[in-house]
Design a binder for this molecule. Structure first.
Ligand code: FAD
Length: 337
């Protein structure tokens, strides 16, 4: 367990090939004061989950040849042997105690003091590390993340109306925001305050009756608008199901037997997509939404914020993620001197 309130030299978000290689590269560069945070219960979760049993792990994945540029390499082998190789590499490097698992990160914020604050998802209990700040952050969150969905099914007729962000909201719609964390709060009062959305009727739904998981600013803003009726309060009740109305809108059936009709529901239940984490952390995106970064250092437009691996490439591989890790860590190491 890491010491709370501490300032680390590097916070690495994601413990796939990219993130774990960063930890080893940092150790070899003499940077000991790091943390690696992953939402899964172990490193290399994508490989655990998505590679078939016994799959051969190729170095030149999809026919693209890579030379290892840094200190971390692997021998071609089966999926199971690859995981064992990585366990061994992390153990030999002496970095296993830097890894903190089961923590979902939604973004990082750079403060006026130049340090990054790490924002945990509202269902994450980050006891012991929630106040940690970092001089540098490496986002190595891959491409496989997706927003959390509720347990009830989404009827296919409502696919376009049940969303995970505000991008489809039209002015004048009745919109229900579902969730109790910061994202839900920011969506709800954000819609109320957006000038070109001010004909929307916004409802906030959360299973708890009170706001408990938002930061003080978001709590204050939501409370203000809930109190003056600009955000309609549907808190303290869960949703049982959603179904299409005859005119194709959403009928929401609540667990207390009531129901209501909306044009759109926006779910903010954690588990943001990897690209959202980058964008919400201030990383600019260019054409086709590709994050903008320096390919030699992997640094983004936010000084001290790096991004590596699958999240910044369409043709990712383990070797490429290892190489990115080496570029990012060597740049950080020279800046820390
Ligand atoms: C089926 C399949 C087979 C493949 N076979 C090969 C192969 O043989 N050889 C090869 O070189 N490549 C192969 N690849 C590609 C390779 O697996 C990827 O390029 C590589 O895993 C990318 O590493 P990464 O660290 O960028 O991302 P990932 O491996 O996706 O790791 C990202 C990590 O970030 C964590 N994370 C995500 N979001 C958050 C969050 N919000 N908070 C905290 N943690 C988070 C995830 O839990 C995960 O552990 C294959 C890919 C697939 C899908």
């Amino acid at each position: 367990m890491q010491e709370n309130g501490k300032v680390v030299d590097i916070a690495i978000i994601g413990a796939g090939p990219g993130g774990m290689a960063c930890a080893i590269e940092a150790k070899l560069a003499g940077i000991e004061n790091i943390i690696v945070i992953d939402k899964a219960p172990h490193h290399n979760d994508m490989i655990h989950k998505f590679y078939k049993k016994g799959k051969r792990v190729d170095k030149d994945w999809m026919g693209i040849k890579f030379e290892f540029k840094g200190n971390v390499t692997f021998e071609e082998c089966s999926k199971e042997e690859y995981i064992l190789q990585m366990d061994e590499k992390l153990k030999n490097a002496g970095v296993l105690d830097k890894f903190e698992y089961n923590h979902d990160i939604i973004r990082v914020n750079k403060g006026a003091d130049g340090l990054f604050e790490i924002i945990f998802g509202h269902d994450t209990v980050a006891e012991g590390i929630e106040k940690m700040r970092a001089k540098n952050v490496i986002l190595s969150v891959g491409r496989m993340g997706k927003p959390n969905k509720p347990k009830y099914p989404f009827p296919k007729e409502l696919k376009d109306r049940l969303n995970f962000n505000l991008s489809k909201v039209q002015n004048g719609e009745r919109v229900m925001i579902v969730g109790g964390g910061d994202t839900a709060g920011e969506y709800a009062y954000g819609l109320v305050e957006l000038e070109d959305m001010n004909d929307c009727v916004v409802t906030l739904n959360y299973r708890q009756a009170e706001i408990k998981r938002m930061n003080p600013l978001n709590t204050q803003m939501c409370t203000k608008y809930l109190d003056n009726g600009k955000i309609l309060n549907k808190m303290g009740v869960d949703i049982e199901s959603v179904e299409p109305t005859v005119d194709g809108k959403i009928q929401v059936n609540f667990t207390d037997g009531t129901n209501a009709e909306y044009d759109r529901a926006v779910y903010a239940l954690g588990g943001t997509t990897p690209k959202d984490i980058l964008v919400n952390s201030g990383v600019k995106t260019g054409e086709w939404d590709v994050p903008v970064f320096n390919p030699e250092t992997m640094e983004t437009n936010v000084e001290g914020l790096y991004t590596i691996g699958d999240v910044v490439t369409d043709q990712g591989s383990i070797a490429l993620a290892f190489n990115h890790a080496s570029f990012a860590v060597s740049n950080i190491a020279s800046n820390l001197k």
